[in-house]
Ligand binder design. Structure first.
Ligand code: NAP
Length: 460
């Protein structure tokens, strides 16, 4: 063995020891926060080759600093329901990292929301936002409020109460929230109204995902779903594959799913299944998206209603069975950890060729191992679903310039951004000895820019 190889091995050992040591600190400082620990582990495991090559990151304690949010806010959200009862929910905002720009990330309203979920999402957001090439830091927030079954007036009262507290911590150059699960255009509108009222000024850049008539961007609604498909298209192209003629399964039937289905269909794919938290539909002729859009976007109904209008389709209760449907491309677009090791094995044995993560962390670490070890093309969330936040940053740019671009302009910028993220992730994977591994590539490409900015700004 040459001296240079021996040296490189010893740097790798050092880097591995450092990563393990910091991960132990993360476990002991964040007990029981399994989702947050899972997100950290995935990133840390990718970073060993970078730390071996750039040991000054170790000296600068970059990992110890990057896993600690700059600020974590937790607050009471009291509100009165239609029966006159007082309810109390918990609100969160994690302002994780502002090395390359103001904190940016969505708000999630779902009963499962807790500190661990918000921190995992905020941590991922740091690297995702860096990958977009735009000047945005990482943040995330939300509440354990369940918007399902609530009247419009209850949602308004809740969001006003939520924003009354959150408004103290955000601003167009400080922290810019957007939507996520359970937070769509309606909730953003109510929150924007309350923020404007509290500030006494029209700060359009404080939230993204706004209505088009008061500062929103065309193509923001479509951006995450379209972006995921654009990313997967690049990945397929490299292997001489395409959406054209492929069978696709998409989980969920919310914002990301609907526009992933739309773009996949435009590219000639047959999308045969989608779901909600109650169950999934299977339509072997291909899903009629106009029915799904009406049921979900307009009428707020369950996906089970689809089969009443399309009797040839099947509805199956239970959410996870969707992964037993044979397909060429699977796009998990609902929620975290929806594909476990077993589901991944079933997908592989049914011949799946590619996975594109539209949701955040939809595959467990074991599931990812199954895909990678079986040669399935795998587009990780951090890179593949970065289209939403990219167009949010374009919305901020339009707000600052007091301009609005056409749908085509925004969509073509989104397409270019997704192609760039794909290229940068592939290049980083190649440079650090894991050719073709987009999990490693996306983590490294996102990390290096943030770590360098942190070092340039001193120990803060
Ligand atoms: P959404 O519009 O609220 O839709 C979520 C969909 O997933 C719904 O069909 C929902 O079913 C289902 N779902 C939610 N929680 C579930 C659970 N615990 N088990 C099973 N199904 C569940 O949300 P979205 O904006 O599309 O977000 C979906 C995913 O994409 C999330 O992981 C989010 O973090 C990620 N993401 C979103 C954006 C964005 O721009 N919106 C950007 C990047 C990443 P029900 O209606 O029955 O609850």
């Amino acid at each position: 063995m040459k001296t240079s190889e021996r040296l490189s091995d010893s740097y790798t050992d050092l880097a591995r020891q450092y990563v393990d040591k910091v991960f132990e600190i993360v476990q002991s400082r964040n007990p029981g926060e399994v989702e947050f620990q899972q997100a950290v582990k995935e990133v840390f495991d990718s970073l060993v080759p970078v730390l071996a090559k750039k040991p000054h990151y170790i000296k600068q304690a970059i990992l110890e600093r990057i896993v600690e949010p700059e600020r974590m806010i937790s607050f009471r959200v009291p509100w009165i329901d239609d029966q006159g009862n007082v309810n109390v929910n918990r609100g969160f905002r994690v302002q994780f990292n502002s090395a390359i720009g103001p904190y940016k990330g969505g708000l999630r309203f779902h009963p499962s929301v807790n500190a661990s979920i918000i921190k995992f999402l905020g941590f991922e957001q740091i690297f995702k936002n860096s990958l977009t090439g735009q000047p945005i830091g990482g943040g995330k927030g939300g509440s354990d409020f369940d918007p399902k079954g609530k009247s419009d007036v209850e949602i308004m009262r809740f969001t006003q109460s939520f924003m009354t507290e959150l408004s103290k911590y955000i601003g167009p150059d400080i922290d810019v929230p957007a939507g996520d699960i359970g937070v769509g255009a309606k909730e953003i509108g109510y929150m924007f109204g309350q923020y404007k009222r509290m500030r006494g000024g029209f700060e359009s850049g404080v939230l993204t995902g706004k209505g088009i008539n008061y500062g929103g961007s065309l193509a923001r609604k479509e951006a995450t779903g379209y972006g995921t498909v654009y990313f997967v298209e690049e990945m397929l192209k490299d292997k001489d594959l395409s959406f054209e003629g492929s069978t696709v399964v998409v989980s969920g039937s919310g914002n990301v799913s609907i526009y992933a289905i739309e773009k996949a269909q435009q590219l000639g794919a047959k999308v045969v299944a989608c779901s909600d938290s109650g169950g999934y539909i299977y339509d072997e002729n291909g899903i009629d998206l106009s029915t799904v859009k009406r049921l979900k976007e307009v009428e707020g109904k369950r996906i089970s209603e689809y089969v009443k209008e399309h009797p040839q389709a099947l509805y199956v209760q239970g959410f996870s069975g969707i992964w037993s449907i044979p397909c060429d491309i699977a796009l998990p677009c609902a929620t975290q950890n929806e594909i476990n090791e077993n589901a991944a094995q079933v997908l592989v044995s049914n011949g799946v060729k590619a996975i594109g993560e539209g949701a955040n962390m939809p595959s467990t670490l074991d599931a990812i191992d199954v895909f990678l070890s079986n040669g399935v093309l795998f587009a990780p969330a951090k890179a593949a679903n970065a289209g939403g936040v990219s167009v949010s940053a374009l919305e901020m740019a339009q707000n600052s310039a007091r301009l609005s671009w056409t749908f085509e302009e925004v969509d073509s910028k989104l397409h270019e951004i997704m192609k760039n993220i794909y290229r940068e992730s592939m290049n980083a994977a190649e440079e650090y000895g894991a050719p073709g591994n987009l999990v490693v590539g996306a983590n490294i490409a996102g990390f290096v820019k943030v770590a360098d900015a942190m070092i340039m700004q001193g120990v803060i």
